[in-house]
Ligand binder design. Structure first.
Ligand code: SF4
Length: 433
């Protein structure tokens, strides 16, 4: 019986009960695992961030362990509150720094960037399993990896033992065909899908994104799709590897880690979705859920106090490039704050070298250090009562940006950029004709 990508990766990593994983298993070795099976599987990479890390470390210590399963692939990120705005968060940072120095784990300190971007740039390879104490760990699925978020306790056990248990998810195949129209981006595409299926429409499923539209996307664009899989409730989102994956890995100095990861032709999917990408318009998720999707036209004119461009969803170089293209020679609206945060130091440097940061700053943007910035409502960019923000992030729950009495709309960077100029929600096709 054929396997989906998730079934292949979990099969290859599955371990007979009780066996401790000591080396990397190549694809094809392991116990056959199909949707619905419970497997104990070796993991390749484990991560925590500054919000979830202290509890993970506490749970790890309760296990009586002092060594992590693989120090070079246990990664701690200081990104959610970076730099720290309060002493309590500074103390949380110290816990992670101390743990890194005691165990030899990798530390990505303040200013390195958002965990999911750095994991993609430096740590995760096709066919691997990544577990993370953060819900958007699924982002790395664009590299043909099984990447999923877990609770702090589960990640603590994974870090201690190098293995964890999974219920193999059923897979939904989401097939995008057709060319995206001018002014329409993968963010619009994934919002279209989430709007149709609902915020819990894919609970504990794996989403496999396929089709001509995905094949033509850059890696940056593919990461936007997999990043938002969890907004439909999915366990993970995956994309088969191809020449673009290989090129990306080569650019990151990991070309030798490339391998073909794809589903079998006779893989069994629980559901198949067909989406005509050429039919998608610029979209917005309105408050207070990512599945409350409307066309930009429906909400155009909504006044904005703040626009935020960045995050693990849309803070990559290509996103800043689109933003700069729209902002070049223009100014943000005087009544609208514009905050921009590159997703990683590498993205920031590339944007600096290409003159993009100069364009953004000249347009009136405030550049935040690489990290989560305003996304989680922990620091930098917290909204006032009754304020309205348009953000390129992935979530707009009540209180997400630090104030339950504020409203958050979600969009692509292009829609965010033109809206920052107008001071109200606007259609990017106005300037991208
Ligand atoms: Fe979470 Fe936002 Fe940070 Fe991404 S950028 S990891 S969604 S807080």
């Amino acid at each position: 019986m054929g396997k989906t990508i998730s079934e292949k990766i979990l099969s290859a990593h599955s371990l007979p009960s009780g066996r401790r994983r000591t080396c990397q298993l190549p694809i094809g070795i392991g116990v056959d695992a199909y949707a619905g099976d419970l497997v104990v599987a070796g993991i390749d990479v484990a991560m925590v961030q500054d919000g979830t890390g202290p509890l993970t470390i506490q749970e790890f210590q309760k296990l009586g362990k002092s060594k992590v399963f693989n120090p070079s692939r246990t990664v701690l990120f200081l990104d959610h509150a970076a730099p720290s705005p309060r002493k309590e968060l500074s103390n949380a940072h110290s816990i992670l720094r101390n743990f890194a120095s005691q165990t030899g784990s990798k530390l990505c300190d303040v200013g390195s960037g958002v965990c999911h971007q750095i994991l993609a740039e430096n740590y995760v390879n096709p066919g691997e399993i990544l577990i993370g104490a953060d819900s958007h760990t699924c982002t790395a699925g664009a590299l043909g990896a099984f990447a999923t978020g877990m609770g702090s306790t589960d990640v603590a056990v994974g870090i201690a033992l190098g293995k964890t248990w999974f219920k193999v998810p059923q897979t939904f195949r989401v097939n995008f065909e057709g060319k995206l129209a001018k002014g329409v981006y993968p963010k619009d595409l994934i919002l279209r899908f989430i709007g149709k299926i609902g915020a819990d429409g894919a609970t504990y499923k794996a989403l496999e994104f396929t089709g001509e539209t995905v094949e033509k996307m850059s890696m940056a664009e593919r990461f936007t799709l997999t990043n938002m899989s969890v907004e439909a409730g999915a366990k993970t989102g995956l994309i088969a590897t191809d020449a673009k994956t290989e090129k990306f890995l080569r650019q990151q100095g990991r070309g030798r880690k490339f391998r073909i990861i794809k589903p079998d032709k006779d893989a069994i999917y629980e559901k198949n979705f067909e989406v005509d990408a050429s039919d998608v318009a610029p979209l917005i998720a309105a408050p207070h859920s990512a599945d409350n999707v409307k066309t930009v036209e429906e909400v155009a004119g909504k006044k904005l106090d703040q626009v935020f461009i960045g995050t693990c969803t849309n803070g990559r170089f290509e996103d800043l490039q689109i933003t700069a293209k729209i902002l070049k020679g223009r100014k943000k609206h005087p009544n609208t704050r514009l905050i921009i945060s590159p997703a990683s130091r590498a993205v920031y440097l590339q944007a600096l070298k290409k003159g993009i940061i100069e364009i953004l700053v000249s347009a009136g943007a405030t550049i935040f250090p690489p990290g989560c910035a305003a996304c989680g409502g922990v620091h930098g960019g917290i909204l006032g009562d009754g304020e309205v923000c348009l953000s390129t992030q992935n979530r707009n729950f009540k209180g997400r940006m630090g104030n339950p009495d504020a409203e958050i709309y979600l969009s692509s960077p292009a829609t965010a950029a033109i809206s920052a100029i107008k001071g109200k929600i606007a259609d990017p096709r106005e300037v991208l004709k």
